[in-house]
Design a protein around this ligand. Structure first.
Ligand code: TXA
Ligand code: MG
Length: 321
């Protein structure tokens, strides 16, 4: 099993040696390796069982370190960086040679981000290279928001999990790209649409269907528990699936007094709190080996849009209950 600890020196030693370390970020835990070393990058794909056509995000200590790896840094990207970095925003920019093709799945763009977590910031500052890191979960499963989530799933395959506690945002970064003056949104996450609109009205949401490039984070079914999950009106679903062993994931309401397995994302109806609890609650429900998880959408604004996106994808598998 991996060692779980807070030793940055140990993490650095492993990474310097082309091996992998799970790192905390404010969004979710990442499975990190030297982004400039194809051997370390290949190992990330292998450990995560991730298809090679799904490119990785590269993490840097700060914007000044990014510039030598990208061809251009558009003015809008500068503005966004000033506002949101370090933080839950990933930007897709034209890459230079030094970033291996394996990181970007052969694309001529690279996804870059400056994460906001004190341990990972210190670690990045101590390294001579940036860190390629996808979320530290097996491909397609729920992203980890605690060190023990990583240990439970990837502990056999890696040596060290840097324990930075529970992730404060709890949902992945928002991914944006640039097309002339237009801002392309590939994935909604910790930065909301409303926050992006302060910078420009010229925003296009990239929908999976019909687009020439689809980020696998945008795949219909992703972020999903093993237990089937249905999304809808909970009291109605409850009638439909009577007699089944059921768990409930609600936004702020407790629907049943006598049902054992219910998780409320935020009793005060707070969307950031709901986002921070989402993946952890899904994992807990999944561990109960129920027949079915019933979930409801949250209000579709602010972080709620990203939460609803993850819930939809989690529920996208065909179910047979
Ligand atoms: O919050 C996060 O972003 C976390 C933490 C660890 O930083 N990382 C994360 O990585 O969620 P991952 O690999 O699970 O999701 C990254 C997404 C994938 O859907 C990938 O397809 C997309 O980023 N991506 C990466 N490079 C891209 C590129 N050049 N063009 C378009 N999409 C890209
Ligand atoms: Mg992921």
């Amino acid at each position: 099993m991996a060692i779980v600890g807070k030793d940055i020196g140990k993490a650095k030693e492993i990474l310097d040696n082309s091996d992998l370390v799970a790192i905390p970020t404010e969004t979710v835990y990442g499975l990190a390796g030297n982004a400039l070393d194809s051997k370390a990058v290949a190992r990330i794909f292998e450990v995560k069982e991730r298809p090679y056509f799904d490119p990785l995000i590269v993490h840097f200590a700060g914007i000044s370190k990014i510039k030598k790896y990208v061809k251009r840094f558009p003015a809008l990207a500068e503005d966004l960086a000033k506002k949101f970095w370090p933080g839950p925003l990933t930007m897709i920019l034209e890459k230079k040679e030094a970033i291996p093709d394996l990181v970007t799945s052969g694309l001529n763009t690279v996804a870059v981000r400056v994460p906001n977590h004190p341990l990972t910031q210190k670690l990045l500052k101590s390294l001579d290279f940036p860190l390629a890191a996808p979320s530290a979960n097996p491909f397609g499963y729920i992203s980890p928001t605690e060190a023990f989530h990583v240990q439970a799933q990837l502990g056999e395959k890696i040596d060290y999990v840097l324990d930075g506690g529970a992730c404060q945002v709890g949902i992945e970064s928002t991914i944006v790209g640039f097309d002339e003056e237009k801002l392309l949104v590939y994935r909604l996450g910790g930065v909301t649409m409303e926050e992006l609109r302060h910078f420009t009205d010229n925003i296009e949401m990239i929908e999976p269907s019909g687009h020439k490039y689809v980020a696998p984070g945008m795949l219909g079914s992703h972020y999903s528990p093993t237990t089937p999950i249905v999304l809808g009106d909970i009291p109605r679903l409850f009638e439909e699936y009577q007699g089944k062993n059921i768990g409930v994931l609600s936004f702020e309401k407790r629907y049943f007094h006598d049902l054992a397995h219910q998780f409320i994302l935020s009793e005060s109806g707070d969307l950031p709190e709901a986002a921070a609890n989402l993946f952890s609650a899904l994992r807990k429900l999944d561990a109960l080996k129920l027949d079915l998880i019933m979930a409801e959408k949250v209000p579709d604004h602010g972080l709620g849009r990203a939460i609803n996106d993850r819930l939809k994808r989690a529920a996208a598998k065909t179910i047979n209950v």
